[in-house]
Design a protein around this ligand. Structure first.
Ligand SMILES: Cc1cc2nc3c(=O)[nH]c(=O)nc-3n(C[C@H](O)[C@H](O)[C@H](O)COP(=O)(O)OP(=O)(O)OC[C@H]3O[C@@H](n4cnc5c(N)ncnc54)[C@H](O)[C@@H]3O)c2cc1C
Length: 425
């Protein structure tokens, strides 16, 4: 078993990174070479701006290359619950922003000819306990009326037409959900940005950010420094760099994934005949999908811990046991890859984007961001050009998480709370 993300291990290497020191003057410096930063770089470079991306590691080396491979439309929230806090109009508008985001991913893939197996398979949200189906069915009315007209309710007795497991009790099918190969998409996106003229520096962690007069910011990395008129922070769950204000608002939460060996056509068909992306109704639930070569990619918040090779391997063992509980037909199936990543969680699980003290930012996708990060990269390119009305996230207030100053010491307690909730309801 390899302790690395399947997506990165099976993607071509990014071959167009800028060489030499970080130096000079640019219109825009982008901190972070995940989907948000690369998508913004592509849009800004196409609009004629000079752009430098400063990435601490390798492009898409963090959440963008370590996720579950789902690219689903809509919100992961319960729409009714969110409407209670934001009002139905705002909640529905946010839901639709995620629909547009998947459309934009699809358009970008076609325009830049990125070979990444993008497929609109639909998503199924599965009831993980018998009592959860009634809640799903109830939420379906509002979803259908407001945002998801083609939603399908799968009755508990029909679950096996969707999933070859006795562990679920009906569900909802969201037909516009999609999936893709995240590594091939990310490298294709980075290459498109480089082709458009963006200089993409890998291994260039930003360690200092200083305000200047005239040219507005000095951006410092161990590989040199540059001056930029504008700066966009696209740093996800970053734990490095001078971004204390963001770190008080983003909680880095580990999420873990395993990928099986390729399954036979029969076995893959017996597990997920419709090949959708799948999520479940539990707080600490699982998410899974098949790849085109029939591997099962199976993830979850197996433990409330950060990601590291030891932590990933421990979580992988828990995930494998859970996978076998749900799909006993996979007994004897080899696990080829196991990895983890950090989710950039906000307290209400909604992303945030805007400007603070002359610095732009977009992050906090809370585990549902493969589509929105790409979309928000494009949106922030417009916002930085003066079109502030383009930002669908504008106006969401963003207080610091109480007691959170960086290291997420409280995660085990949060984990225990959610486990209790899952046991009770
Ligand atoms: C395990 C896991 C599973 C997920 N599954 C899904 C899923 O199935 N579907 C879905 O929609 N979403 C999923 N997500 C979320 C999704 O992957 C993210 O929302 C999305 O990729 C965020 O992209 P980003 O560019 O904002 O952040 P990232 O991809 O994290 O990129 C941020 C980049 O900033 C760099 N950086 C940080 N600090 C500095 C610094 N000081 N200087 C320079 N660079 C810096 C980092 O190295 C990193 O490359 C998952 C996330 C994880 C971790």
């Amino acid at each position: 078993m390899k302790l690395e993300p399947y997506w990165l291990a099976t993607a071509p290497k990014f071959g167009a990174a800028a060489s030499g020191p970080v130096s000079g003057k640019v219109d825009v410096a982008i901190v972070g070479g995940g989907f948000t930063g690369l998508s913004a770089a592509l849009a800004l470079a196409k609009s004629g701006a000079s752009v430098a991306v400063l990435e601490a590691g390798r492009v898409v080396g963090e959440a963008s290359g370590r996720n579950g491979g789902h690219c689903n439309n809509g919100l992961a929230h319960d729409l009714g619950g969110l409407a209670q806090t934001l009002g139905l109009e705002r909640a529905s508008a946010l839901y639709r922003a995620f629909d547009v985001a998947v459309d934009q991913v699809e358009v970008l893939i076609a325009r830049e000819a990125i070979d990444c197996d993008f497929r609109r398979t639909g998503k199924i949200k599965l009831a993980a306990k018998p009592g959860h189906f009634a809640k799903l069915e109830k939420s379906a009315e509002l979803l259908r009326r407001e945002v998801e007209p083609d939603l399908v309710v799968v009755q508990p007795r029909d679950t096996r037409s969707e999933i070859g497991s006795d562990g679920f009790y009906g569900g909802l099918v969201f037909p516009r959900g999609a999936h893709m190969h995240m590594g091939r998409f990310g490298v294709g996106l980075a290459e498109a940005a480089a082709r458009a003229g963006a200089a993409i520096h890998e291994n260039a962690a930003v360690t200092g950010l200083h305000r200047l007069s005239g040219y507005a910011h000095r951006v410092v990395t161990p590989r040199g420094e540059l001056e930029a008129k504008q700066v966009l922070l696209a740093t996800g769950a970053s734990r490095q760099g001078p971004f204390a204000w963001l770190r008080r608002r983003i909680v880095p939460v580990g999420s873990f994934i395993i990928a099986t060996e390729p399954l036979s056509e029969n076995l893959a068909g017996s597990i997920m005949p419709t090949r959708r992306t799948a999520t479940t109704t539990k707080n600490i639930g699982n998410y899974f999908r098949l790849t085109p070569d029939n591997r099962l990619i199976f993830g979850g918040r197996a433990r409330f811990a950060l990601s590291s090779p030891t932590s990933d391997a421990k979580s992988g063992a828990i995930l494998q046991a859970r996978m076998l509980e749900l799909f006993p037909q996979l007994a004897g199936t080899r696990i080829d890859y196991c990895w983890g990543g950090l989710v950039d969680m906000t307290s209400d699980r909604l992303p945030r984007a805007g400007e603070r003290d002359g610095i732009f930012y977009s992050l906090g996708y809370s585990g549902h961001g493969t589509q929105m990060s790409v979309h928000m990269g494009q949106i922030m390119a417009r916002v930085m050009g003066g079109d502030t009305a383009a930002n669908p996230l504008a106006g969401l207030d963003w207080p610091a998480v109480p007691g959170h100053f960086g290291p997420p010491w409280f995660l085990p307690f949060v984990g225990a709370y959610y486990r209790y909730q899952d046991w009770r309801h």
